[in-house]
Design a protein around this ligand. Structure first.
Ligand code: PLP
Length: 360
């Protein structure tokens, strides 16, 4: 068996020890005689899996007591609707920062339920930067402010948390959650689709402050209603049980890696290896402003786009896969989430230097 270094933006690599443990427990989860996929979600066994995952996540992120953790479905895209439906019961106004393709999608969906005020947008300059907060045009009557701390497609990341006073701050952290320590108390809601840094697709983690629960629009789908789900401990209906279980294994793995401080150190180093390879050459270029380059998604272009195809073919032969950039950006993109080993990043940097020597 050969496993490749998979630079996919999501679903992304999972830590090998997690896959091995899931494999070992697949047919018989700890003496129950069945797999997690076959268990009742109301059983003692599944409840212990669910509770343990939640407790480990709470510990890893130091999530305060007055926040609930929900394990839902519908992806981050489901939350694009769930956020306005839960926070703006009777309609109203909300602030959004537009820094890339995912912000744009969140805004489009929110417009179905609330009046959206775009406080700042970098669309006109091609989404290569983070707009300074001093330039934001906030609405004093906004029910919340939404932003995307890491734009997975553009590779643009906020390396600071906005100051929004009493306005609840809502963050789509799909591609940056668990990459470093975070002060959760600065946020009203944090949500993330699992398939980047948490576990298998199908699970969506929502961390929501108590006072923001129970304000939902009466037409909100029950499965997206934070109060119904919080009261039911995320078991209002059948949860994505297998994904929840694997997420728990990932949380245990993170603990073993020195928690979020340990991962932050490694993630920063991994990103640095790629950015210094790009900056140290005339052949590769990063389209993103230096102060907001992502630790998780590293887009880059080659001096001649005619070489893109050869680059991708040769990379694949070297066991470095899924490097093709998003169609809206072109070029390449290396997604280097928590589970990408440092050796994978070093292998890519070595390949890039070698490719430049041959074709540059
Ligand atoms: C992947 C991603 C999404 C979409 O997630 P789904 O789970 O597919 O809905 C939304 N926002 C960001 C920042 C992402 O990286």
């Amino acid at each position: 068996m050969t496993r490749v270094y998979n630079f996919s933006p999501g679903p992304a690599m999972l830590p090998e020890p997690v896959l091995r443990q899931a494999q070992a427990e697949l047919l018989d989860w700890r003496g129950t005689g069945m797999s997690v996929m076959e268990m009742s979600h109301r059983s003692e066994a599944f409840r212990s899996i669910a509770t343990s995952a939640e407790m480990t996540l709470r510990e890893l992120m130091a999530i305060p007591e007055h926040y609930r953790i929900l394990f839902l479905q519908g992806g981050a895209t489901g939350q694009f609707a769930a956020v306005p439906l839960n926070l703006a019961g009777d309609g109203g106004r909300a602030d959004y920062v537009d820094t890339g393709q995912w912000s744009k999608k969140a805004i489009q969906e929110a417009r179905r339920y609330v009046e959206v005020n775009v406080v700042a947008s970098t669309a006109a300059t091609g989404y290569h930067s983070v707009p300074p907060q001093s330039e934001w045009q906030v609405d004093p009557g906004a029910l919340y402010l939404h932003y995307t701390p890491n734009e997975t497609i553009g590779g643009v990341e906020f390396h600071w948390v906005p100051e929004v006073g009493d306005t609840p701050l809502v963050a789509d952290m799909s591609s940056t959650i668990l990459s470093r320590p975070l002060d959760v108390s600065r946020f009203g809601i944090i949500y993330a689709g699992a398939q980047k840094n948490i576990g298998p697709a199908g699970l969506t983690v929502v961390i929501v402050r108590d006072d923001l629960i129970g304000r939902a629009d009466s037409r909100a789908p029950a499965v997206l209603d934070y109060k119904l789900q919080a009261d039911a401990e995320s078991l209002y209906n059948t949860p994505p049980a297998m994904a929840w279980y694997v997420a728990g294994l990932v949380f245990d793995w993170i603990k073993g890696q020195g928690g979020l401080p340990g991962l932050a150190e490694r993630n920063q180093r991994k990103a640095q290896i790629l950015y210094s390879t790009i900056d140290g050459s005339d052949f590769y270029q990063s389209p993103v402003d230096r102060e907001c380059r992502s630790w998780m998604n590293v887009p880059f272009t080659l001096a001649e786009s005619a070489l893109d195809k050869t680059f991708l073919e040769k990379a694949e032969e070297a066991g470095l896969v899924a490097l093709k950039g998003h169609r809206s950006v072109g070029g390449m993109r290396a997604s280097i989430y928590n589970a990408m080993p440092e050796e994978g990043v070093v292998a890519l940097a070595t390949f890039m230097k070698d490719f430049e020597e041959r074709h540059g």
